[in-house]
Each structure stands twice: as structure tokens, then as C-alpha cells.
Design a protein around this ligand. Structure first.
Ligand code: SF4
Length: 235
């Protein structure tokens, strides 16, 4: 098994419109008020100085597959019907986790304690936009890495989504990645800290099922309500 690698991810381009998108604000019919726009411009500038996207990833061999589980090296396994269906014929999984760091969480908490709820809300949306866009860059880099080795990849899937309810599987992700090295930790209730972080897996192989451009959003019960899938469906 390879050691986890760490990649710094360049700060993605995030716009004020992305913040509105992450908030679920509908400004396509009526533009935001100047004060609202100004607040979001300020927030975006502040967020860009606080976030530092970094990821860790590694490959893990798949030793067997059932209808609802994948058996992995070192006696580990992951559960889930969708995972088994999408990556059951893969040779290995790429595990990856990324975060934008805890400085944005700290500033948001400061705003909440100071009663600046609008600032806190906008900063939270900025954090969402940065982690989603950073994860899109991360997935592109992994796909490119695999393409160079003439390997196919599945779309990424992550524990904790509606199609993969077992949050305990995050412990398996943390077992393989040891992402404390990029500042990520798991709480007793299997929540990732810093809050703006993601952990996912992708199947890798030569004979993968063709899901015809689908992503994990196509299997998510939140799809109709979710603002994030407009970012590129890689939350
Ligand atoms: S619909 Fe939203 S919550 Fe569901 S997988 Fe897609 S981006 Fe994530």
C-alpha cells in the first residue's frame, strides 16, 4: 500500500455569485441590495485570506466485493450499495480528504459571538464555495493522475451523503489517510473538523461500469433542494 500523499491546492476562483449560490439566494430576478453586495464583496476578500486548501490521498487495493460492501487491505471494509455497484469491479480505491483549514471556522465563531450574524452567514457560504471548488480541482488532479496510468475512475462518493448513510465509514477513511497531517480530525460522533472539509473515495480500474456522465448527486435524495450541485456536483 502506498503512503498518503499531500497536495496543496491552489486557491480556486470564487465569485460573489458563488457565495449567493451557496446561500441559496435567488438573485436572478431581482439584484441584491447594494449593502448586501458590499457585505459579500468584503466577506469574499476576507475569506480568501483565511482559506488554505490542502488534500491528502492514497490508493488502497480492493480485495473483494459484495452487494453492499467492499473488502479492503488490512482487514478494512466500506459499506454501501451504491459504492459496491459503482466500484465493485474496480482494482483499487483512491481515498482522499481535504480541508480549507480552521481559520475561517474561527472567524465565523467570532462573528457569531459578536452578534454579527449576517457576516457569519456570508462567511459560512464563502467557506462552502471554497471547499466545493477546491474539491473539484482535487478530483480533476486525481483523474489526470489516473489517466496518465491508463486507468479509468468512477465518480467520487462520500460517507454521510443520503446514498451512503454510514458515517462510521469515515473512520475507515481516516484509518487509511491519517489526515491529522493536514489538520483534519474526526469527532466522537464522526463529524469532520474543520467543518469545511470533505472525505471521499473513487474507484480506479480498467473495466468499470459506464454510468454515462452521472455523478453522486444523481443518487442523492437532496438533489432537488441542494444548491451545491450547481457548483459541479462534487460536494
Ligand atoms: S445533491 Fe448536494 S448533497 Fe447531494 S451529493 Fe450532490 S452536492 Fe452533495
Amino acid at each position: 500500500m502506498t503512503e498518503p500523499k499531500i497536495w496543496e491546492i491552489p486557491l480556486p476562483d470564487v465569485s460573489v455569485e458563488d457565495l449567493f449560490q451557496a446561500e441559496g439566494a435567488a438573485y436572478n430576478k431581482r439584484p441584491p441590495r447594494p449593502r448586501t453586495l458590499e457585505l459579500h464583496r468584503r466577506t469574499l476578500a476576507e475569506a480568501s485570506s483565511l482559506v488554505r486548501p490542502v488534500m491528502t490521498w492514497r490508493e488502497v487495493k480492493i480485495l473483494g466485493a459484495g452487494e453492499r460492501e467492499l473488502l479492503l487491505e488490512e482487514g478494512q471494509k466500506l459499506t454501501g450499495r451504491l459504492l459496491a455497484r459503482v466500484a465493485g469491479t474496480a482494482e483499487k480505491l483512491i481515498f482522499f480528504a481535504m480541508t480549507i483549514g480552521n481559520a475561517l471556522d474561527d472567524r465565523e465563531e467570532y462573528y457569531i459571538k459578536s452578534g454579527k450574524t449576517l457576516e457569519a452567514f456570508a462567511l459560512d457560504a464563502a467557506g462552502t464555495a471554497y471547499i466545493v471548488k477546491s474539491s473539484m480541482t482535487a478530483v480533476d488532479k486525481i483523474e489526470e493522475h489516473c489517466r496518465k496510468a491508463a486507468l479509468q475512475t468512477t465518480f467520487p462518493m462520500g460517507p454521510g451523503h443520503s446514498y451512503w448513510r454510514s458515517l462510521e465509514d469515515l473512520q475507515t477513511v481516516f484509518y487509511f489517510l491519517q489526515p491529522g497531517q493536514i489538520g483534519l480530525r474526526l469527532t466522537d460522533s464522526n463529524l469532520m473538523m474543520p467543518r469545511k472539509s470533505i472525505a471521499m473515495v473513487m474507484g480506479v480500474g480498467r473495466d468499470l461500469p459506464d454510468f454515462k456522465g452521472k455523478t453522486h448527486c444523481d443518487f442523492c435524495s437532496l438533489q432537488k433542494k441542494c444548491q451545491l450541485n450547481h457548483f459541479g456536483e462534487k460536494c
